[in-house]
Design a protein around this ligand. Structure first.
Ligand SMILES: *Cc1c(COP(=O)(O)O)cnc(C)c1O
Ligand SMILES: [Zn+2]
Length: 420
């Protein structure tokens, strides 16, 4: 059964029916999916969730699945229910005693975007679309192309032409239509708003964005379920448009409302790269005004200069008592290495941003050592190998002889002797 009632404007509260629209026709505010929470009470339970599949769709009752959608018609490659793992070694390095990592690198296309795309395309298909499209900083293109291919839809994905090679090729391999645009993400997004008006496609982050955005709540649901149906004290999440962070907070709010977790305070904190930090800056300078910027950072998956959910992310962070910080490209790469070396997890640059900000907030005392803290690691390092390319490599290159190895080993041991 579906508890979805329609769409509702976040600003003026006007309600509309389920359709492929994302802005209110009265005030141009963003539309959000509306649910019948009263009808859920007593029906959506720990047991009903546990009876579902080990994917985001175990939370189908809390997702915008249109009435009458057959589970077999979901656009589903198995996203979600990713590991939540304790991180004692990284925690020790940062002075945090109860640190956990939400490892979203193991999704079907190796980033958290599979959550939002699976939900968006499932809704799009139920609304009658057979073609999906998106403006992307890379991971979204990869995920939309894969989900379209795997469900017999077709897709047009638009990316900035200067993306990491791995992300371009990974998005192209699924045989969909990949369009490289000369410009940055904000240019691509502007073009897509026009294309969406001209062609009858489901643009996952334009006309079906209300459905898309709901997919991120599943990170919050999973964290709580995996902690034994308890909320963490603190979540640190990366921010591009600010949507994921906003929806993790919404997920916790819904679980509390449905009494699926005991009511308890939580904090959400946001992470950005200094080279694209319009939301963090608005928080730190106290102005509360999100001023668009021209991105210049290696964290390309977070390089949205004009973030659609910036104000909602600010609200979530300030309302829960969290914090925002930004970090340099060098700090990002340091953090990628620190995470890999302490926990065996290789994250892309967005993960480096999250861990570097976690480190900063811990050092500033804005995360207490005893807080149960979860860092969201949202994408895999193999897609951004360039970030570490000039820092790591073979210990030594030798001929295939035991003597050669022994000689190289003693040379390198001497090189590592302290005080030399
Ligand atoms: C898209 C993305 C995010 C966050 O995106 P929002 O627009 O803030 O929801 C975080 N990490 C990675 C790897 C991403 O691709
Ligand atoms: Zn409105």
């Amino acid at each position: 059964m579906s508890y979805v009632q329609g769409l509702k404007c976040r600003e003026c509260g006007r309600e509309t029916g389920l359709a492929a629209v994302h802005v209110c026709e009265f005030c141009f505010g963003p539309l959000e999916v509306r649910y019948d929470y009263d009808a859920m009470a007593g029906n959506v339970t720990h047991a009903s969730i546990a009876a579902g599949p080990p994917t985001i769709w175990r939370y189908a009752d809390l997702l915008p699945e249109l009435p009458g959608t057959d589970p077999a018609d979901r656009v589903d490659l198995g996203a979600g229910f990713t590991p939540l793992v304790p991180a004692p070694r990284l925690g020790a390095a940062l002075g945090l005693e109860d640190l956990w990592l939400k490892n979203d690198t193991v999704n079907p296309t190796w980033s958290f975007k599979d959550r939002v795309v699976s939900v968006a395309l499932t809704a799009a298909r139920a609304l009658g679309f057979d073609t999906a499209a998106c403006a992307s900083t890379g991971n979204l293109a990869h995920s939309v192309a894969a989900h379209a291919a795997g469900s017999g839809m077709s897709a047009y994905v638009f990316i900035p032409s200067d993306l990491e090679t791995a992300k371009v090729q990974a998005a192209a391999v699924y045989g969909q239509h990949l369009v490289a645009v000369k410009g940055n993400y904000d240019d691509v997004n502007r073009l897509c708003a026009e294309v969406a008006g001209e062609y009858g496609w489901a643009f996952v982050n334009v006309n079906v964005r209300p459905y898309y955005a709901e997919g991120s709540k599943t990170i919050g649901f999973e964290i709580a379920e995996q902690l034994g149906w308890r909320l963490p004290d603190h979540v640190v999440a990366p921010m591009a448009s600010g949507s994921m962070l906003t929806k993790i907070d919404k997920g916790f709010t819904e679980l509390t409302r449905l009494e699926l977790v005991a009511a308890a305070p939580w904090k959400v904190s946001g992470a950005q790269a200094t080279g694209c930090s319009p939301i963090a800056r608005a928080h730190k300078d106290g102005s509360g005004v999100v001023r668009p910027v021209r991105p210049d950072t290696i964290a390309k998956s977070l390089a949205i200069g004009d973030p659609a959910d910036g104000y909602y992310a600010l609200d979530a962070v300030e309302r829960t008592g969290g914090a925002m910080e930004d970090v340099s490209d060098t700090e990002i790469v340091d953090a990628i290495q620190l995470l890999a070396r302490t926990e065996g997890l290789f994250a892309e640059t967005a993960g480096g941003v999250t861990v570097a900000v976690l480190r900063k907030l811990a050092a500033q005392g804005r995360i207490e050592p005893s807080e149960r803290t979860v860092a969201v690691i949202s994408g895999v390092g193999l897609k951004t190998l360039d970030a570490v390319a000039d820092r790591v490599g073979p210990a030594f290159t030798i001929n295939a002889g035991l003597d050669d190895f022994t000689a190289a080993l003693s040379l390198s041991a001497r090189a590592e002797t302290p005080g030399r």
